[in-house]
Structures are given as C-alpha cells and as structure tokens.
Design a protein around this ligand. Structure first.
Ligand code: NAP
Length: 259
C-alpha cells in the first residue's frame, strides 16, 4: 500500500537506535525526508548513513538532547515545520518510589511528558494551517499494564496520555492526528541493558532472562523494532486521517484484556 506521504518531512526524536530508528527507517522507505535526533554523534551518524543507504531518502542528523530547551531548539531549527512528528526519549530508570526525589520525578516528567508536549506545541499550528499533520508519541505498554518498578515511567507517560486524549480530538478536524504507540517487549539496546541487569541480580544468563520474559508473551518472542516502525508509518499515512487519540499497543498479545 502506498501510504501517500512521499515528499513529506518528519522529525523523529531519539532515533539513532531502537524503536525511534525503526520509525525513521519505515518513514524514509515511504519517501519521507527524516530529521533524526539523538545525543551521541557516532551512533547518530551511523544510523543516518544506514537509513540513507537502505531507503535513498533525505536524512538529516541532529546531535542534541531532546529533553532540553536547547536540544529542542536545535531539532526544530533543522526541521522547523514537520508534517510528521514522532516524539521519543530514553525511559526513566526503574526503582523504588520511596527513594525517588522530587528531582527524579521532574526529570521523568521533563523527558516523557513535557518534552513531547513542548514539541507538539511548537509544530501543531503549522500542521493545522496546512491541513495535514501526523503526531505519534512513543510511550510504553506500561501505560496500560503498569510495572511497579517503572513508576516514574508509568506516571509521566500517563500524564502525556491524558493530555493527548484531549488535544487529539481538537486537531482531527484539521486532518492533524495524534496517537500513542505503546511498545511491549522489543529487542533493543534498552531492553538488552534492562535484561542484563535483571540477569545479573538473579545470577542467571541474559538468554535465561529473555527466555523467562518471552514465556509471558503469547507470540512466543520479543518484538522486532521493524514491526514497530511499520505501525508508526501507518499512523503517519494519508489513509490514517480518521485515527486519533488512540493508544496502540504492540506487545505480541501480552496484555490479557479484551480491550
Ligand atoms: P534504545 O534502543 O536504548 O534507543 C534509545 C534512543 O533514544 C537512542 O537513539 C538514544 O540515543 C536516544 N535518546 C535517549 N535519550 C535521548 C535524549 N534525551 N535526547 C535525544 N535522544 C535520546 O531504546 P528503545 O528500546 O528504542 O526505547 C525507546 C523508548 O521506548 C524509551 O522511552 C523506552 O523506555 C520505551 N520502551 C521501550 C520498550 C522496549 O521493549 N524496547 C518497551 C517499553 C517502552 P542517545 O543515547 O545517543 O541519545
């Protein structure tokens, strides 16, 4: 299916690796010019080269911390009027809520709630004026199925989800949609690091930790980031103009509810 977005411009945050990179790759394959942002220059340049070679698309790389005002300014300077915005940032660390300070909460809120809101604020009016815009926020399956140790993530992302639920209903009449993509368990650097820590604390191998986790997933495997990227591209398609305010869980069936 031609997604009808050839020639559009996308700003894809936190995209030198993992899910963000997969979203940028799928959009680039559809002929979208992508601006990718991450802090580390080396992985960012490698990702840009790889996406360019795989898709032939225009790829601009911006080395910046998207959770800071300066970082967002640099990203928006490179891609001031995106047709498509994919928000993403690293997730907060796990822990015990009794040990989290106000500063820990503010960092999590900044990264996983206020940064996406600031980026939406900076780009949505242009999208409304041109009567086309697609905004996808990468959140987490933990919004729907909270994990106790990820309380900082659960809390901050739930705040973003609530905000988006309202705004998405105001923008859709202008053909500007806002949706959230909720990853379950995907094989990325982040999940490898998390599993490595779990494995170490329990004195088991990383493979054993993965096998245990996979047992809880009806699909019987971890997700491939490319599967996530393709879902993102669909939500950004011309055809998806009637889909807004949704929380699209991609988790191999792990969430056990009917809805
Ligand atoms: P990943 O493989 O570790 O990739 C994270 C990417 O984000 C890297 O390119 C990283 O590059 C960039 N990044 C991190 N912080 C940034 C910042 N402040 N500014 C700009 N770029 C930043 O992680 P992932 O697995 O794709 O996860 C992406 C998001 O999905 C995270 O919020 C994670 O919590 C959430 N999530 C993932 C899973 C999963 O199974 N993978 C499940 C649920 C939720 P630099 O470090 O160089 O900046």
């Amino acid at each position: 299916m031609d997604l009808g977005i050839r020639g559009r411009a996308a700003l894809v945050c936190a995209a030198s690796k993992g899910l963000g990179k997969a979203c940028a790759t799928s959009l680039a394959r559809e002929g979208v010019a992508v601006t990718i942002v991450a802090r580390g220059r080396e992985a960012l340049d490698a990702a840009a080269t790889e996406i360019r070679a795989a898709t032939g698309a225009d790829v601009t790389a911006v080395a910046a911390d998207i959770t800071t005002p300066e970082g967002r300014a640099a990203a928006l300077a490179a891609c001031p009027e995106p047709d498509i915005l994919v928000t993403n940032a690293g997730g907060p660390p796990p822990g015990d809520f009794r040990e989290w300070t106000r500063e820990d909460w503010l960092r999590a809120l900044d990264a996983n709630m206020l940064t996406p809101i600031e980026l939406i604020k900076a780009t949505v009016d242009h999208m409304i004026a041109q009567r086309f815009g697609r905004i996808v926020n990468i959140t987490s399956g933990a919004v729907k199925m909270p994990l106790l140790a990820l309380g900082l993530s659960n809390g901050a992302r739930a705040g973003l989800t609530g905000f988006v639920a309202g705004l998405a209903r105001q923008t859709v009449k202008h053909n500007v949609t806002i949706n959230n993509l909720l990853p379950g368990f995907f094989l990325t650097d982040r999940s490898r690091t998390t599993l490595g820590a779990i494995a170490k604390s329990r004195n088991i191998t990383q493979e054993e930790a993965i096998a245990e986790r996979v047992k809880t997933i009806p699909a019987g495997r971890m997700g491939d980031p490319a599967e996530f990227g393709e879902a993102c591209a669909y939500l950004c398609s011309a055809q998806a103009g009637y889909v807004t305010g949704q929380n699209f869980l991609i988790d191999g069936g792990a969430y056990p509810g009917t809805f």
